[in-house]
Design a protein around this ligand. Structure first.
Ligand code: 9MG
Length: 301
C-alpha cells in the first residue's frame, strides 16, 4: 500500500474576529491590563472609580495597545476568590464605558459564566479565562457568546498554585497536552478552533525554572497552530531572576516580551504598554528584516 502523507497543519490565523472588531495578528499586538479590583481604582469605598479606569485605558490605547483586558478578580498567587456578583459589579460598568466612550476592543478576564454572558451583552469582544473554561457553565456560555476565547494553562488554583509546583513530564509537554484537551472540549461544545487563542500561563503553578524553560521552548505550542498570547508583565519570575520588587520589573518584562515574540507570541498582556510596543515592534522588524507590514506604531499616527 502507498504510504500516506499526513495533511499539513494550517498556519495559525493571521486575524481574529473579536465581536465587531477584526484584530490583525499579522504582527505582534499588545493587550493592556486594566485591573478593576478595589485596590486598583478605588473611589475610597468598595467601588471602582470609573473615570480613573477610563483614563488609564485611554492612555494605554494611546500608547499603542490593541485591546484592553478588564479583570475584577485577582488571580495572583494567594489571592482570595471573589463572589460572582461582586466580580460582575466591578467589571460591567467599566466594560460598558470602554465600549461606549472609547469604542475599545475589550477582553474580559474571567472564569465566571455569569460575567462572560453579561459583559458580552455590554459589548465585550473577547474572553480571557485563566481556567480555560473549566468552571461550571463557562464552556457553554463562551460557545454561545460568539466571542473568541483565550485558553490558559494553569496547575492548581491561585490560593495554593505556587506551593512547590511539580510536573511528571517536561513542563512544555504538560502545557501542550492540557491545551490540546481543552481545544477538543471546546470543539465538542460548539466553540470552533478559529475562535481560540492559547496561553502557556506563566506563573500559574510553575516554578521560576518551569517558567524560563517554558518560554525558551514555547515553539512546542506553535505545533497547536493557534495564536499565542503570553503574560509575564511584572511577574515573580522577573523578580526572582533580577532580585527586584514588583515596581522595578519593567526592563526585565520588556526583554521577556521581545523573546516571546521571537518564539511565536502574537499578543503580549502587559501593564507597561508603551515600552512593550517599542520592544516588540523592534523584535518584529528584526524577524521580518524590515518594518513592513504595518506595525503597532503606525496605528498611532
Ligand atoms: C489574568 N491573567 C493574569 N496573568 C495572565 C496570563 O499570564 N495570561 C492570561 N491570559 N491572563 C492572565
Amino acid at each position: 500500500m502507498k504510504p500516506t502523507t499526513p495533511e499539513p497543519l494550517p498556519e495559525a490565523a493571521s486575524s481574529l474576529q473579536c465581536g465587531r472588531h477584526r484584530l490583525d495578528l499579522s504582527f505582534p499586538r499588545v493587550m493592556g491590563i486594566l485591573n478593576v479590583t478595589p485596590d486598583s481604582f478605588s473611589d475610597g469605598g468598595r467601588h471602582v472609580a470609573l473615570d480613573d479606569a477610563l483614563r488609564r485605558a485611554e492612555q494605554m490605547l494611546a500608547e499603542g495597545a490593541a485591546m484592553i483586558d478588564v479583570g475584577g478578580e485577582s488571580t495572583r498567587p494567594g489571592a482570595e476568590a471573589v463572589p460572582e456578583q461582586e466580580e460582575l459589579d466591578r467589571v460591567a460598568p467599566v466594560v460598558e464605558a470602554l465600549v461606549r466612550e472609547l469604542d475599545a476592543l475589550v477582553s474580559v478576564d474571567t472564569s465566571s459564566a455569569l460575567v462572560m454572558r453579561e459583559t458580552a451583552a455590554r459589548g465585550a469582544s473577547m474572553i480571557n479565562d485563566v481556567r480555560a473554561l473549566e468552571r461550571d457553565g463557562a464552556l457553554a456560555t463562551a460557545a454561545a457568546s460568539g466571542l473568541p476565547v483565550c485558553l490558559m494553562h494553569r496547575q492548581g488554583e491561585p490560593q495554593a498554585m505556587q506551593h512547590a509546583p511539580h510536573y511528571e513530564v517536561p513542563v512544555e509537554q504538560a502545557v501542550a497536552e492540557f491545551l490540546s484537551k481543552r481545544i477538543a472540549a471546546c470543539e465538542a461544545a460548539g466553540l470552533p478552533r478559529d475562535r481560540l487563542l492559547l496561553d502557556p500561563g506563566f506563573g500559574f503553578g510553575k516554578s521560576v525554572e518551569h517558567n524560563l524553560r517554558l518560554l525558551n521552548r514555547m515553539e512546542a505550542l506553535e505545533a497547536l497552530r493557534l495564536p499565542l498570547l503570553v503574560g509575564m508583565s511584572r511577574k515573580s519570575m522577573i523578580g526572582k531572576v533580577l532580585g527586584r520588587p514588583v515596581e522595578e520589573r519593567l526592563f526585565g518584562g520588556v526583554a521577556l516580551s521581545a523573546m516571546a515574540v521571537e518564539r511565536g507570541a502574537k499578543i503580549l498582556r502587559v501593564h507597561d504598554v508603551g515600552p512593550t510596543v517599542d520592544a516588540v515592534t523592534m523584535a518584529w522588524a528584526v524577524l521580518q528584516e524590515g518594518c513592513e507590514p504595518s506595525t503597532n506604531k503606525e496605528l498611532l499616527s
